[in-house]
Structures are given as structure tokens and as C-alpha cells.
Design a protein around this ligand. Structure first.
Ligand SMILES: NC(=O)c1ccc[n+]([C@@H]2O[C@H](COP(=O)([O-])OP(=O)(O)OC[C@H]3O[C@@H](n4cnc5c(N)ncnc54)[C@H](O)[C@@H]3O)[C@@H](O)[C@H]2O)c1
Length: 412
């Protein structure tokens, strides 16, 4: 909690968005589905995005962040600009007295995420990191089940996702690791967040191998990481963004966004890049997916998800799917249904409301995002050096059951 002088109000929370790109497009349906929230201002250097923002939401718009807070109607700023701008945009918003939602990852380097944490404290405003799949309802239901102790303690977590991430159209920096490119920052942030949330938060050591298998797209497109938590829980995380097998098949062709997928579109991302006419750049193709250019997304039919997830507890294995927890217990199998959340990112919308009107930040605050980013760097450093990396800036999940799992590993 932070000191708060404004009385709670029932009027919609005014949101300003910085960066009207693909990330904003994906979150937009959830903002529009929540009558407690109102888009009042948008900022983007692209004129067509600003024009569309004015037309669709009757909101004001600016090319850059200066001037975005001239009117007093903005309470929360959603920073959805490219990773490299997160620090400056978040700090400008905090300095202006706004709460901030920063799309994942919090930043590219740890000095920047520390600066965001410090600014949140200095200006006494809340920071949330998301949208991120640790907010998905089936993850929240899994945490509730672990906290309940019904099946004993969590001992091991396995998460795996295979997608076509590397062949979706990319900006140049999205394929350069030093600029935050590759799957570790953009996709690891989701997977690590889920693992940390369900395992108590405190990663002790990380080791990993990464793969950069396509020289024409040279950043990491795959990794296999092993996380050892302070409480002994072990998390095994694998990701491949090389566009062959697609884990969404395991969820009945429900996509990461909770939208029904057409299996006959197999290979579409790679094919589109390979058949790009010479006069069309990849950046142009990426812009075709941004606000002001792209058509609205089809409605989600299911909850969002982040691939395959299995939890091993003392008395059950649990398969986590978008709409149910499948429990494989000692004597029987059972299914716990997970409700469909309208707007698919309802957990994030609740976090926006909570920051602005209930003076609460979610677990996924700036400190949390910083700790997740520490693990992203741990993966890259471990892969570069062939070592286990010790984590030093982790934060715990509150009310997490005390565990002391014995998963054998020789001491470093
Ligand atoms: N959570 C998710 O599901 C999800 C999905 C996609 C992207 N993202 C995140 O969103 C962020 C942006 O990625 P993207 O894929 O949307 O990129 P994008 O290129 O599609 O969009 C970025 C937008 O920011 C604008 N922009 C550039 N410089 C700016 C500036 N100085 N001030 C304001 N706006 C500026 C661009 O014109 C563009 O419209 C990244 O951090 C990414 O990780 C999250």
C-alpha cells in the first residue's frame, strides 16, 4: 500500500496508452470489455495510429509522451512501447503522478528495472507488469490449489511452449539479444513469471542452454532452462519459437490469446516471410499488425494460456489447461473447471482498477518484474558460460506454503 489522498471513485479509470502497436491491439478488447475503464489518451509517433485513436475513442493523442498528461483525466498509463523505451516512459508517467502498467518485460537490463522500482517508490505510485500469462485464470486457480495444501506441496513444475514466434514479422531490434530481442526476454518473461508465481517466487539458481539455430534471425529462438527455488522446487522450462510443432494443438487449437486457430494455416508465418515481395519490408509487415492498420482481433472463445504446464505435487500431478485443472491423484482422476474470463485479460484489468481505486498493486509489481528479468539474464548468462547462475534479487509470493523439497543436486 502507498499513501493515497484521493477518495475512491466509481467513475471509470482514465487510461493513457504509450505505444499503439501490436501489444496494445491484443489488450484492447479486454479494456473495451471492462466498463470500469476508459481510454482517454494515446501516444504514438505513427499518425495513422493517433487518428484511429481519436476516431474510435474520442480521445486525445500525442506523437510523444510529452503533453500526454496535460489534462488531469489520466490515472493509469499503459506502457506498450518497444522494450527499450519502457524505462523512460514508465518513469515519466510515475513522475507525473500516474500508476503504471508496463507490458512485459519490465525493461531490457537490470539497471533500468531498478530505476523503475526506485521511481515507483519515490513518486509513491503503483507499478504492475503485464499483460503477462501469470494473470491467466487457470494460473490463479493453480496457485489457490497449491496454497490450499489439498494435494500437498508442489515439488516440480514442467512448462513447454512451441510457437512460430521467430517468424512473426519483427522490428530489427527484436532479433538482437543486446536490444532485448529473441525469445528469452519476450517469451521467457511469461514462462518464468508463471513458474515463479506457482513455486513461491524465490529462484535460487538457474542453468540453461539456448538455441540460435537460424542464422538469418540470429537471436535466441529456443531455450531449455532449469530453475532451482530456495524451497527446493524444481522448474523445467523449454521454449521453441521456430515454427514447426505448435503446442496449441494440445489445447484443441486454442491459441495463446484464447482464439480458435485454423490448423490448416500450418507454416503460415514462415511462408509469409519467405514470399515477401522485394518492395515490402518486414518492418512494414509488422506495422500491418498495429493499431490504426490491423483489423480488430476475432473474439476470444477461451482463456489465454502459455502452452503446456504440468505440476507435480505430493499427492497429484496436475495438467493445467485454459479451461480446467486435470488432477491425477493417488486414487482417482478429477477435473476442476476454470471459468471463462470475458475479455481474456480480465486479471490485468482488475489490476488496473485495484491500483487506481483500491490502492493495491498486484503480486506482479516492479520488484516482481525486476526479479523475473534477473532470471532472463540468468538464462542467457548460464548458457553463455555453461554454469549455474545464483539469483540475488528475487521476491517471494505471499502466503506461499512453507516447503523444503529434497531435489538432489551437488552444491556449486
Ligand atoms: N503481452 C503481450 O501479449 C504482448 C504482445 C505483443 C507485444 N507485447 C509487448 O508490447 C511492447 C511493444 O511491442 P509490440 O510488438 O507491440 O511492438 P510494435 O512495434 O507493434 O508497437 C510498438 C508501438 O510503439 C510505437 N512507438 C515507437 N516509439 C515510440 C515512442 N517513443 N513513444 C510512443 N510510442 C512509440 C510504435 O510506433 C508502435 O506503434 C513490447 O514490450 C512487447 O513485449 C506484449
Amino acid at each position: 500500500m502507498i499513501s493515497e489522498s484521493k477518495p475512491p471513485s466509481t467513475a471509470p479509470v482514465g487510461i493513457a496508452v504509450v505505444g499503439l502497436g501490436r501489444g496494445f491491439m491484443l489488450t484492447l478488447p479486454s479494456i473495451l470489455a471492462d466498463s470500469r475503464l476508459k481510454l482517454v489518451a494515446g501516444c504514438d509517433p505513427r499518425p495513422e495510429a493517433r487518428a484511429a485513436f481519436k476516431e474510435q475513442f474520442n480521445g486525445r493523442s500525442t506523437p510523444y509522451i510529452d503533453g500526454l498528461f496535460e489534462k488531469n483525466d489520466v490515472e493509469v498509463v499503459y506502457v506498450a512501447s518497444p522494450h527499450q523505451f519502457h524505462r523512460d516512459h514508465a518513469i515519466a508517467a510515475l513522475r507525473a503522478g500516474k500508476h503504471v502498467l508496463i507490458d512485459k518485460p519490465i525493461a531490457i537490463n537490470l539497471a533500468d528495472s531498478r530505476a523503475i522500482m526506485d521511481a515507483g517508490e519515490k513518486y509513491e505510485r503503483h507499478v504492475a507488469i503485464g499483460p503477462c500469462h501469470s494473470f491467466d485464470p487457470q494460473i490463479r486457480a493453480s496457485l489457490a490449489l497449491i496454497r490450499s495444501g489439498k494435494f500437498g506441496r508442489l515439488r516440480m513444475l514442467r512448462s513447454s511452449y512451441a510457437t512460430d514466434f521467430m517468424y512473426r514479422p519483427r522490428r530489427e531490434e527484436e532479433l538482437k539479444t543486446k536490444d532485448g530481442g529473441g525469445v528469452v526476454f519476450s517469451q521467457g518473461a511469461h514462462q518464468i513469471d508463471i513458474a515463479r508465481l506457482l513455486s513461491g517466487g524465490l529462484v535460487k539458481h538457474v542453468t540453461a542452454l539456448t538455441g540460435s539455430w537460424d542464422t538469418s534471425r540470429s537471436s535466441e529462438g529456443a531455450y531449455a532452462a532449469l530453475l532451482e527455488f530456495e524451497n527446493g522446487i524444481c522448474a523445467n522450462l523449454t521454449y521453441s519459437g521456430y515454427g514447426h510443432y505448435d503446442s496449441d494443438e494440445q489445447h484443441g487449437w486454442i491459441s495463446e490469446l484464447g482464439i480458435t486457430k485454423d490448423p490448416s494455416s500450418y507454416g503460415g508465418a514462415r511462408r509469409k516471410l519467405n514470399t515477401l515481395p522485394p518492395d515490402i519490408s518486414e518492418e512494414f509487415l509488422k506495422e500491418e499488425r498495429t493499431f490504426g492498420r490491423a483489423s480488430p482481433l476475432p473474439a476470444s472463445t477461451d482463456n489465454e494460456h502459455f502452452g503446456e504446464l504440468f505440476l507435480s505435487l505430493d499427492r497429484a500431478d496436475i495438467q493445467v489447461t485454459p479451461r480446467e485443472l486435470r488432477i491425477y491423484g493417488d486414487d482417482k482422476r478429477e477435473v476442476i473447471p476454470v471459468d471463462l474470463e470475458h475479455g481474456s485479460r480480465a486479471g490485468i484489468m482488475e489490476a488496473i482498477w485495484q491500483m487506481a481505486r483500491e490502492n493495491n498493486a498486484p503480486i506482479q509489481n516492479a520488484q516482481w518484474g525486476h526479479a523475473t528479468l534477473e532470471v532472463c539474464h540468468g538464462i542467457l548468462n548460464a548458457a553463455a558460460t555453461g554454469t549455474w547462475q545464483k539469483m540475488a534479487e528475487q521476491v517471494a509470493v505471499s502466503e506461499y506454503p512453507t516447503t523444503s523439497t529434497k531435489n538432489a543436486r551437488s552444491e556449486i
